[in-house]
Design a protein around this ligand. Structure first.
Ligand code: AKG
Length: 234
């Protein structure tokens, strides 16, 4: 795996969504996992399940393949480098991050709109909350595959009462570009869930989409191997 430099903020969609443009500054090689990665890294479901959900009942929500990778599984230190950059970007120590959820979407594959934060009514009491997400695009996509925020733009939350969110034709869509990253917050400063953070991955129409998602929690994730001290964020 090579390195993409996650660059500075260039686009602000709302106060809580940022697209970080790499300016195509590749430090070396290609950030996509190699072509054997789907056999090297086993498929893992990765979706948090609500009470009553099963792996079978959620299989159509996210149809991509994925696995989890953290700094511990990367002896070259590339993932640690990116995790540390994300810590600087968010101001939250790297140890609060879950391992990267690396996803590969082929033609027609998608991720239905969802919240990354946990709603206790559905998920039950959690030991920590997901407060922010950094989604790193590891590839361009020839057509489709945008990340959509349905509640964004004029009409906002009202619009969803009348649209079919699976069509991906409303709200704000962010086009994947290799090396860019997207930061958005799932909670307000008072830690209540931000309902505008509803998002999903539109179906890939042509090409292959690779992403690495970093879900960041309000508490340290023990065993992640990264620092949980705010002094480590510099
Ligand atoms: O693939 C995308 O654009 C969205 C991914 C996503 O929603 C997630 O990983 O939480």
């Amino acid at each position: 795996m090579g390195i993409f430099v996650v660059g500075v903020v260039v686009v602000e969609l709302r106060s809580w969504i940022r697209v970080l443009n790499s300016g195509r500054r590749r430090a070396s090689g290609d950030a996509r996992p190699d072509s054997h990665s789907h056999s090297r890294y086993p498929r893992s479901p990765g979706l948090a399940l609500r009470a009553g959900d099963t792996l079978d009942s959620t299989v159509e929500i996210r149809t991509s393949q994925g696995t989890f990778l953290g700094r511990g599984s990367d002896p070259d230190g590339v993932l640690a480098y990116i995790e540390d950059k994300i810590a600087v970007l968010t101001g939250i120590p790297a140890g609060h991050g879950e391992p990267f959820n690396v996803l590969r979407y082929e033609n027609g594959q998608h991720y239905d709109s969802h919240y990354d934060s946990f709603d206790e009514a559905g998920y039950g009491k959690q030991s920590s909350q997901r407060v922010a997400t950094v989604l790193v695009y590891l590839s361009d996509v020839e057509e489709g595959g945008e990340t959509s925020f349905l509640f964004e733009g004029v009409g906002g939350t009202e619009r969803l009462k009348t649209v079919d969110y699976k069509k991906c034709d409303t709200g704000i869509k962010v086009t994947p570009r290799a090396g860019d990253a997207l930061l958005f917050w799932s909670v307000h400063p008072d830690m209540t869930r931000d309902l505008h953070s509803l998002h999903g991955g539109c179906p890939v129409a042509r090409g292959t989409k690779w992403t690495a998602t970093k879900w960041i929690r309000d508490r340290c994730m023990s065993g992640a191997g990264a620092s949980c001290s705010s002094e480590s964020v510099n």
